[in-house]
Design a protein around this ligand. Sequence first.
Ligand code: HEM
Length: 426
Amino acid sequence: MADHVTMERDFFTDRTVLLDPYSWLDESRAKGPVREMDEREVVMITGFAEAAAVLLDADAFSSAIAAAGPTAPLPFEARGGDISDQIVEHHHKFVGSEQLVSYDGQRHTAARSLLSSLFTPSRLRANEAYMRALATRMVAEVVNAGHCEAIRGLATPYVTLVVADLLGVPEEDRAVLFDVVTSGPPPGSLDDADAGSSLVHLAQAVGQLFSGYIQDRRAKPQDDVLTNLATAQYPDGTTPSLPDLVMLSIFLFAAGQDTSAKLLGNAIRYLAEAREMQDTLRADPAQIPAFIEEMLRLEGSTKVTHRLARKDTVIGGVNIPAGSRVVASLAGANRDPERWEEPNVFKLGRPRIKEHIAFGRGAHTCIGAPLARAEVRVILEELLAQTSRITLSAAEHGPAGARNLAYEPSYIIRGLEALHVELIPR
Ligand code: HEM
């Protein structure tokens, strides 16, 4: 079994951890990159090689708790060194079990194959033209105003509209979807035992809408992603059921909201505090993609994901018995000194930076990574091109060196609740 070490603060509920999860993760890693948390009966993985090994080993680690999180009890009593059959038998009892991210094996491969044909290069190119026009307009508005609250006033509406456009959600419904997205709890809320309740909220609120879109596209195909999804078939030639497609489309819509908006917020916050970096990127916008990768490594918006040990397994020399709930900390892995030189330092142009695991690894690797990278790049290009300087509002966040920033109360998402910036036009 993994080493038992107790930490003073609880990763899943302590609000002081929110502000700086990285020192908590560093401390945890120093006690062992794979360790059982006494305080939680959960195995915490903060080592890069170890987290990647877990995510790559879908045979030994089930995704059944990927949506529900590691803090909820298992819906059965694990028995023996291989609980594969028990997981299959009880899978429907896990919160969020109907979401793609929780699927295992063949069911996952089949569902994922429906999505793999959706983001064709020509579709992404067309979407990028939409992103560019939207970003140009939204950035011009906030730059004219001279300031903005960059999370709700820029990042969230922007990513919501981009994914709505990509999917083909009608314009008249986009405001409703935006309201739903911004009113629900975040994934992994500190106030909620179930990490999956944000998806449940979303599914209840927009299930009818998405069901309507899928039925509509089946009757009258259009040139959009929802039509591709509505008419897609499983690899064996069978047609997916309407509820399965509705769940998939809602998940697609949901998965890229908070994550992309918060990454964008983290990037703007970093830039607002790093004038030289702003100047470097303004002078050479071709470096913006490298900036985004290092941002993903240092301040990626997904701190952790979760797995359930299906079989007795050894990771990093530590025994992990079947039935263990495992937290693979992406943020911890991305700052592991065994893998990254000076891991807590921002370095533009780090060698092999794309090996970070901010988008996960293995069978469930983020399907929206190309979209997330493109949307963040396009709006950062516009922000830097239309301004000569971006600064944090001292009136809202206090003076430099003593900033007052509030992070979303989630142990999964790393992102600011609000970010007030001042923008000097070019
Ligand atoms: C910065 C933005 C984003 C981050 C940090 C992020 C992160 C992640 C991570 C870590 C996973 C893997 C979860 C696991 O293995 O348990 C994942 C899966 C997923 N992401 Fe993203 N994501 C982002 C944006 C997006 C966008 C824009 C979309 C789609 C429009 C998207 C769609 C998905 C889907 C469908 C999955 C599930 C894949 C599967 O289970 O096979 N994501 N994402």
